[in-house]
Design a protein around this ligand. Sequence first.
Ligand code: ATP
Ligand code: MG
Length: 571
Amino acid sequence: MNTYINRAVLRMSDIYAPTLKEDPSDADIVSAKLLARAGMIRKEAAGLYTFLPLGMRVIHKIENIIREEMDSHGGQEVLMPFVQPAELWQRSGRWDAYGAEMLRVIDRHDNEFCLGPTHEEVITDLVSNELRSYKDLPKNLYQIQVKFRDERRPRFALLRGREFIMKDAYSFNADQESLDETYDRMRDAYSNMCDRMGLKYRIVQADPGQIGGNATEEFMALAETGEAELVYCDCGYAADVEVGACHPQPSEFAAEALAKVETPGVHTIAELAAFLGCPENATAKAFAGKGEDGQVWVLFVPGDYEVNECKADRLAPGFAPLTDDEMAKIGLPKGSMGPVGLPAGVKIAADESLRSIERWVVGANEDGFHYVGAKQGEDFQVDVWADLCTVREGDTCPCCGLPLKAARGIEVGQIFKLGDKYSKAMGATFMDEDGSEKPFMMGCYGVGVSRTMAAAVEQSYDEYGIIWPAGIAPAQVCVIPLSPKPDEVTEAAETLAAELAGAGFEVVLDDRNERAGVKFADNDLIGWPVQVIVGKRGLAEGVVEVKNRATGEKTSVALAEVAASVETLLA
Ligand code: ATP
Ligand code: MG
């Protein structure tokens, strides 16, 4: 049962839920507007929010679902310090690597700390002294806590905050097989969580970053406003476009030899293809960037595809596109870059699909000119062949060959097989059955609690306000007496509210001394799944109106049938 939710009838006159008539001027997305207007959150500063009582009720609902699913899938709750000693991060090698997202602080003794952006270091340090034997494994520890990441662009309120609530879990396993099992259990737990929270979601293959392998998936709440792009197929395949396998099919441009062509006014691939009278996929598109080691790369993909910066990052860690100034300094002409005659020291990488194309159509590194028939291996050399293109809608599914569909999503959770990356770096080992010391195999599993709250709103609202899924609504049903002052209507509403609470529902009574219009507007805005409207005329006939917030449908229901009717609507 829901131990954190008060089951007594809540009174609107008591609740600190200051609703607003207008959207806050800096609210940049639906959930930011509606959560503020419904009196659930307030902004303190960029990426920093206060949760008001109704918002906290939603947070508690989400946390309870997470706890129940974690506990029933082998998790055990802990609470680690939010402030973490620098020394742990120096041991894992991430103190320098983590970058500006980590907020660093110094205590009165001049010791360095950070505000926890994640907890791999703390937990690995914790268990390394205490989980000594294979007999102690596996263990899966989780916490629900505030995290701090000094995001470059905090925005969309709870979707990308700087301080936000996360559930993070870490598993310690003796071997890969055991890690695979824990990962699968977490995958089940996460699917149950999303189902119970009423989210529409997909599980997608995600970018394993520097860890590599096919070892991570994201839980994406589907929403047009989501920052993530994904492709999926009815056969079950789904991937973040950051990783989605991509197999472009470039075509050959008929040219016998290298020839420089004057192309006045041609700046885009579409213009170039039109000028030459060839398809876009017979040209090659260039993109310049550099890795954190300072190496400059020019990347080539077929003209009808885009370079994927996440894939580029795997080729050149820390990959960032060159600015116009940087390009000018190196001598790279924006808009007419090509592989023939690049400045010394610049490396060339090209998409695998171009390997089979002998002669390319490319920029001539001179404004207003292109080359046709540039021959790879002769006119220029490709240093590295790699998967560099961004998959798109309509590409063939790598599993079944059907055309892929595109969608946008909000990453609410991610599960990860870390392997021995952190345990090796930090010397965290256990004694295996054969007596040898081995590093733990680890997994980590995160859910954004506050982000999930906003994602639910992005998926479920209308022009009147929020429509909470029943599983995470601040309360399930609101009883609204249509009478400003105490009379038989308010009395009947009191009785009904108490009966519904007694029957196990979470009930709010709108006992405010307000006009019906104000009550309707506020309750629609707040978004309780069910409203029970008590009016004088209905009461005379022994009925009330039960309103389904999602559809707006109102049904006349006899007093004795209200509980059953509410139950049906919540199911
Ligand atoms: P993103 O790619 O969106 O920045 P992430 O992959 O860096 O997120 P993880 O390290 O996987 O995030 O963290 C686990 C979960 O924490 C995410 O799935 C997300 O739900 C949540 N989360 C991460 N960053 C934020 C943030 N800035 N604000 C709110 N929630 C966040
Ligand atoms: Mg993630």
